[in-house]
Design a binder for this molecule. Structure first.
Ligand SMILES: Cc1cc2nc3c(=O)[nH]c(=O)nc-3n(C[C@H](O)[C@H](O)[C@H](O)COP(=O)(O)OP(=O)(O)OC[C@H]3O[C@@H](n4cnc5c(N)ncnc54)[C@H](O)[C@@H]3O)c2cc1C
Length: 381
């Protein structure tokens, strides 16, 4: 890996993640050794600025690390991706006081942050939320509501919570699809704040079973005004900031596609099929797919900034579809041995499917791409 600084994903770290991925897929819990290795690696602070104790890495470097981790332990990779997506939001939208309070906790103490945005019954675009924040008589905020599918929630030290504010002016949702709604805000909330309840058991998902993805209840949680990260149109900008920077879940899909391809190679080696022409053709196909997906991710940060958000939605769809296709090709090649429950390819395939459902899921990406394309069409003179 060509990364800034001295960091390298060493063999011991990789082995911890690999073993942990297998264990977590069986137990459905976050693997303690993998999480501990992640916290100790310093990677949670990789996108924190050096002023606040981090490494100051950009999205290109972060994508590279996230891809590498995803090849070994995709659950840990999505935890790291979502964590970094919060870090960049604090860096961009936080006040100096907020940065001083939250970022050194991440960079120096290895604290992990989770995004609590999705709700039972709310759609992927997050335009209608039932979690509300109201000001109380002291000027602080009271947050009330429930969130679900929050990655890392069972082990996180703090949360970024998306809430609906009381409507301050005449607002109507735009007719076209958006990511986020009107009068919403993001708050930073400690996991041990009074009124925060996290069921200890994660959701029993098919894939990403080691990601601690679960639910959280906010029962009249009091949050100081200083812990509101942003509100109004800044919230919409904050939601799409990772896409604007080129930080992408596509990196996880590339790592998964690489892992599936490596599984096929291992199988061919064990069975003495390396010289078999049919295998070589299948391997070539997967190689093309993995490299194209990686190129789509690299191009996000290397290419121009003006249409990066559009390209990020395209890359999310194309890379997640590619990783699913590669898994399908490899499963076909493995035959019935790959159909055994314990075979790695089954975990990898289920993890690959999960990325498609993660925000923004494929159907929302397609709507957002369509909206951007139609608004950029030259008007008929
Ligand atoms: C592994 C995993 C990790 C996650 N981590 C987090 C997290 O950390 N934080 C968080 O807040 N959320 C998280 N989520 C939730 C995720 O962000 C989704 O937004 C959420 O699951 C809702 O998406 P949905 O597609 O189910 O919802 P819906 O929008 O309700 O869509 C449901 C289905 O309806 C259909 N549909 C809906 N609208 C359309 C349309 N316009 N066109 C075509 N079909 C449509 C599609 O088939 C779609 O799959 C996670 C989800 C997963 C699976």
């Amino acid at each position: 890996m060509n990364l800034p600084g001295e960091f390298s994903v060493g063999p011991e770290f990789r082995e911890t993640l690999r073993t942990g991925a297998r264990r977590a897929h069986e137990t459905g819990e976050v693997d303690a050794a993998s999480l501990d290795a992640l916290r100790r690696s310093g990677l949670l602070g990789m996108m924190v600025s050096t002023d606040h104790g981090g490494w100051g890495w950009d999205a290109a470097a972060a994508n590279t690390v996230i891809e590498g981790i995803a090849a070994d332990n995709p659950s840990i990779a999505i935890m790291l991706y979502l964590h970094c997506a919060v870090v960049v939001r604090i860096e961009k939208f936080g006040t100096e006081e907020q940065k001083k309070n939250w970022l050194p906790r991440v960079a120096r103490r290895g604290q992990l942050v989770a995004s609590a945005w999705s709700e039972p019954g709310s759609s992927a675009d997050k335009r209608s939320l039932s979690t509300k924040a109201q000001r109380d008589a002291t000027g602080a905020w009271q947050i009330k509501g429930g969130k679900t599918f929050s990655t890392s929630v069972t082990v996180a030290d703090f949360f970024i919570v998306l809430v609906q504010l009381p409507t301050t002016h005449e607002t109507a949702h735009a007719a076209e699809p958006t990511y986020g709604g009107s009068d919403q805000a993001l708050f930073l909330v400690d996991a041990d704040a009074s009124g925060v309840h996290v069921p200890p058991t994660p959701l029993d998902m098919s894939g990403m079973r080691g990601s601690g993805t679960g639910m959280v209840q906010f029962q009249d949680v009091t949050v100081a005004d200083r812990d509101m990260l942003c509100s109004g149109s800044a919230t919409t900008e904050a939601i799409q900031l990772p896409h604007q920077l080129g930080l992408t879940l596509g990196a996880v899909s590339v790592g998964l596609a690489q892992a599936a391809r490596d599984t096929a190679l291992g199988h061919a080696r064990n069975r003495g099929l390396l010289e078999d022409e049919r295998f070589q053709r299948q391997l070539a196909l997967t190689e093309v797919a993995v490299r194209s997906a990686r190129a789509a991710v690299s191009e996000l940060t290397a290419g121009p900034a003006h249409d990066r958000v559009l390209r990020a939605y395209c890359a999310k769809v194309s890379t997640s579809t590619t990783s699913q296709t590669v898994c399908g090709t490899v499963r076909g090649f493995l035959g019935s041995s790959g159909y055994l429950h314990a075979h790695e390819i089954n975990r990898i395939s289920q993890d690959a499917d999960a990325v498609m459902h993660m925000g923004p899921p494929t159907h929302l990406c397609l709507d957002l791409i369509a909206t951007r394309l139609s608004s950029s069409r030259p008007s008929a003179a």
